[in-house]
Design a protein around this ligand. Structure first.
Ligand code: ADP
Ligand code: MG
Length: 287
C-alpha cells in the first residue's frame, strides 16, 4: 500500500536570468510504514522535493505541474486551510538545523504542547502535559519533567534534534519527512537519532521520507532509494538492489565515491562524482 504517490512533479524557480528547474518531472511512491531515501549531491533537488510535498514552496518558486497523492488525495488541489491541517497532523517535517527551527523564547515543553494544541484538539491540558512527557521519554530525553521547563539554548545539539523529533512525532503523523536531519550532529548522536526514528516507525507504522547525501545512512535505513541528479530521478530501486546492482552510471559513480559501510570510514560528502559528465545523457534506469 502506498501512502504517497508523486507523479510528474515539477517545481521551478523564476528569476531575471531565467528558469531554474529545481525539480523537473519526478515520480515515486512512499509505501506505508516504509523508509524511502532520496539521495543525491547538493543542489540535486532533494530539499525542494520535500518542501513541495509540504507545499512550502514560496515565491519565486512554484509547483508548475504534477500530482502529490496522499492517501489518494491530491495535496496540490487542497486550499491553504486544508493543507495546514495535513501539515503537522498527517505529515511532519524535521529540518536540518534544529536550533533555527526551535523558538529560543519558549520552553521545550511549551513548543511540543503547541503542536498538540494545534493538531490534537480533543486533548485537555493535563492530557497534553502527560503526552509531552511521554514523547520526551520516547525520544530518550532524561528527566522530562525538568526538561519541559528548559529553553532550547540549555540543550545540546543532539537533545535539540530529539526535541524536534518529539515535536514532529507528537501528533503521530502518518509520514515523517526528515531533510538531512543528522548532518549537523556528531557521528554517535547521528546514529542515535536514526535508531530513534526507526524505533518510532516500528511502534507507530510511520512512513519515513529520509533525505541525505550520505550513502552510508541510506545503506543503514532505506527500504527504497530514489537517486536524484539535477532535478531528475536517474534511478529508483529497493536498497538491496541498488547497492548490489546499481544500473545508472550516476548511481555507479555515487557508489564508487563512497566507502563500504563498516569497512572503510564514511565520508560526509559525495565528492568524487565526475562533474564533466552529463549523467542525464544516459537513459534513465527506472525499475
Ligand atoms: P538539495 O538537493 O541540495 O537539497 P535543493 O532542493 O535545495 O537541493 O535545490 C535544488 C536546486 O533548486 C538548486 O540547485 C537551485 O538551483 C534551485 N533552488 C533552490 N532554491 C532556490 C531559490 N530560492 N531560488 C532559486 N533557485 C533555487
Ligand atoms: Mg537540501
Amino acid at each position: 500500500m502506498n501512502l504517497v504517490e508523486i507523479k510528474n512533479l515539477k517545481t521551478y524557480f523564476y528569476s531575471d536570468e531565467g528558469v531554474s528547474k529545481a525539480v523537473d518531472g519526478i515520480s515515486f511512491k512512499i509505501p506505508k510504514g516504509k523508509t524511502v531515501c532520496i539521495v543525491g549531491e547538493s543542489g540535486s533537488g532533494k530539499s525542494i522535493t520535500s518542501l513541495s510535498i509540504m507545499r512550502l514552496i514560496d515565491y519565486p518558486g512554484e509547483i508548475v505541474e504534477g500530482m502529490i497523492l496522499f492517501e489518494g488525495k491530491d495535496l496540490l488541489k487542497l486550499n491553504d486551510k486544508e493543507m495546514r491541517k495535513i501539515r503537522g497532523r498527517d505529515i511532519s517535517m524535521i529540518f536540518q538545523e534544529p536550533m533555527t527551527s526551535l523558538n529560543p523564547s519558549y520552553t521545550i515543553g511549551y513548543q511540543i504542547d503547541e503542536a498538540l494544541r494545534l493538531h490534537q484538539k480533543h486533548l485537555n491540558k493535563k492530557q497534553r502535559y502527560e503526552k509531552v512527557i511521554e514523547s520526551l521519554e520516547l525520544v530518550g530525553i532524561h528527566n522530562p519533567r525538568e526538561k519541559y521547563r528548559e529553553y532550547p539554548f540549555k540543550l545540546s545539539g543532539g537533545q535539540r534534534q530529539r526535541v524536534m523529533i518529539a515535536i514532529a512525532m507528537a501528533c503521530e503523523p502518518k509520514m515523517l519527512i526528515a531533510d538531512e536531519p543528522t548532518t549537523a550532529l556528531d557521528v554517535t548522536i547521528q546514529a542515535q537519532v536514526i535508531d530513534l526514528m526507526k524505533d518510532l516507525q516500528k511502534k507507530k507504522g510511520t512512513s519515513l521520507l529520509f533525505i541525505t547525501h550520505d550513502l552510508g545512512v541510506v545503506f543503514q535505513i532505506a527500504d527504497e532509494v530514489v537517486v536524484m541528479y539535477k532535478g531528475h530521478i536517474v534511478e529508483k530501486a529497493s536498497a538491496k538492489d541498488l547497492f548490489k546492482d546499481p544500473r545508472h552510471p550516476y548511481t555507479k559513480a555515487l557508489l564508487h565515491s563512497i566507502p563500504i559501510p563498516g569497512v572503510t570510514p564514511r565520508k560526509s560528502k559525495l565528492d568524487t562524482v565526475d562533474e564533466s559528465i552529463d549523467y542525464l545523457s544516459f537513459p534513465k534506469e527506472i525499475r
